[in-house]
Write a protein that binds this ligand. Structure first.
Ligand code: XUL
Ligand code: CO
Length: 439
């Protein structure tokens, strides 16, 4: 075992709700069976390589506060290996089944496109050997097509076709490595695919470009034999003012337009939902209804700030609602719960990183257990079912199935002299039920 900043920590264990050990799981009993499956297989927790290994704590007002030993290694490939040693030790301590990366988190940019791709492949081989002795598996891989200045006007949507071609080569290399490492999903977050001003932007052209790009990715997925899912991660703004993959509904419209709605699902992030003016559960329920729920980026934003703060989650109500809709959707399948969350810049110690994950994991596990109980008890469900019960009546059913026309409906409504009376939506009753189940 390599000696790293995480090596002196014991594996975090489930010790139950009474435990006073802050570095323990109080609710995440990985093997606890819920609806016939252990919690670890429902939640499929993943550690995000970027936030946990590459973050420095810098913000627009101040520089790095988080200094990790591998950052001081002069040779970038040696630094990448040192970072990987620490990463797998962190995964061991947290005892979570998965991790996720961008290419630039794990391997440095080279002098040329060829060297950049070779660096990724070399570090990928190092990962493969790590994965022989550590349990952590790859939930998803993705490409960072937003940090380098060449991407400042976007990757696939760049006015320069060479940037499109560069991005295609990079995405191919990332999809290859994801497949080689047994990844369950490949993610495309919009990065800088959007625009700042229409004064310099041909939006229709850019949408054609991104439509073609995703179609190429899907075509390559099939040709290369990648058996995982392709996921788009919606976000409404930041870095650009108008991101093309605004929210789930927008992404679905885009997928329909390019005939990709059966090929691509969504990776939903709580903070992105908030920035779009939605709740996380709204996004989950929308994706479920459209048949495109793929995976989750678990975090929380700050409603008072309005930017992507990527904090570890700690709101039980919101997470329970989200997990309720995950369960109603039939679960996450090949997806999982990736902690796209970072510690605050004052939390610079390795131990802070472990506290952050332990708390986030426990919050999600508790929310899932509570949500499962709500589903099992069925009280909420039966209230909602009762609200729509009249749609089971034959004529209502005929209206919904399309077997009667608008004029037939109108004629019958007049003939029966219908006079619908207001019905209570019982919101407070439903809310009370939730409060009693959660707290
Ligand atoms: C950015 C974001 C990304 C994606 C992967 O807001 O969420 O980290 O999850 O590129
Ligand atoms: Co994310």
């Amino acid at each position: 075992m390599a000696d790293t900043i995480f090596s002196n920590f014991d594996v975090i264990k489930f010790e139950g709700p009474e435990s006073n050990n802050p570095l323990s799981y109080r609710y995440y009993d990985a093997d606890r069976v819920v609806f016939g499956k252990p919690l670890k297989d429902h939640l499929r927790f993943a550690v995000a390589y970027w936030h946990s290994l590459t973050l420095t704590g810098s913000d627009p007002f101040g520089g790095a506060t988080i200094h990790r030993p591998w950052s001081a290694i002069a040779d970038p490939m040696e630094a990448a290996r040192g970072k990987a040693d620490a990463a797998f030790e962190l995964f061991r301590v947290l005892d979570l089944p998965f991790h996720c990366w961008h290419d630039r988190d794990i391997a440095p940019e080279g002098e040329s496109l060829a060297e950049t791709i070779a660096n990724l492949q070399t570090i990928g081989e190092y990962f493969a050997t790590k994965m022989e002795s550590y349990k952590s598996r790859l939930l998803w891989g993705t490409a960072n097509l937003f940090s380098h200045p060449r991407f400042m006007a976007g990757a696939a949507t760049n006015p320069d076709p060479d940037v499109f071609a560069w991005s295609a080569a990079i995405v191919k290399s990332c999809m290859d490595l994801t497949r080689q490492l047994g990844g369950s999903n490949y993610v495309l977050w919009g990065g800088r695919e959007g625009y700042e001003t229409l004064l310099n932007t041909d939006m229709d052209h850019e949408l054609q470009q991104i439509g073609r790009f995703i179609s190429l990715v899907v075509e390559y997925k099939h040709r290369s034999g990648f058996e995982g899912q392709i996921l788009i991660e919606p976000k409404p703004k930041e870095p650009t003012a108008h991101q093309y993959d605004f929210d789930t509904a927008t992404v679905y419209g885009f997928l329909k337009r390019f005939g990709l709605e059966k090929e691509v699902k969504v990776n939903l992030e709580a903070n992105h939902a908030l920035l779009a003016g939605h709740s996380f559960e709204h996004e989950i329920a929308t994706a479920s209804s459209l048949g495109i729920l793929g995976s989750l980026d678990i975090n929380r934003g700050d409603a008072l700030l309005g930017w992507d703060t990527d904090q570890f989650p700690n709101e039980l109500w919101a997470m329970t609602m989200s997990m309720y809709h995950v369960i109603k959707a039939g679960g996450l399948g090949l997806g999982g719960c990736n902690f796209d969350a970072k510690v605050r810049r004052q939390s610079f110690t390795p131990e802070d990183m472990i506290h952050a994950h332990a708390g986030g994991v426990d919050l999600c596990a508790l929310a899932f257990i509570k949500a499962a109980k709500i589903v099992e008890e069925g009280k909420l469900d039966s209230l909602v079912t009762a609200r729509y019960a009249d749609w089971q009546k034959p004529y209502a059913n005929a209206m919904l199935s399309g077997s009667v026309s608008l004029d037939e409906i109108a004629a019958k409504a007049l003939e029966e002299n219908i006079n619908p009376q207001p019905r209570s939506g019982k919101q407070e009753q439903h809310e009370n039920l939730l409060v009693r189940s959660i707290y």
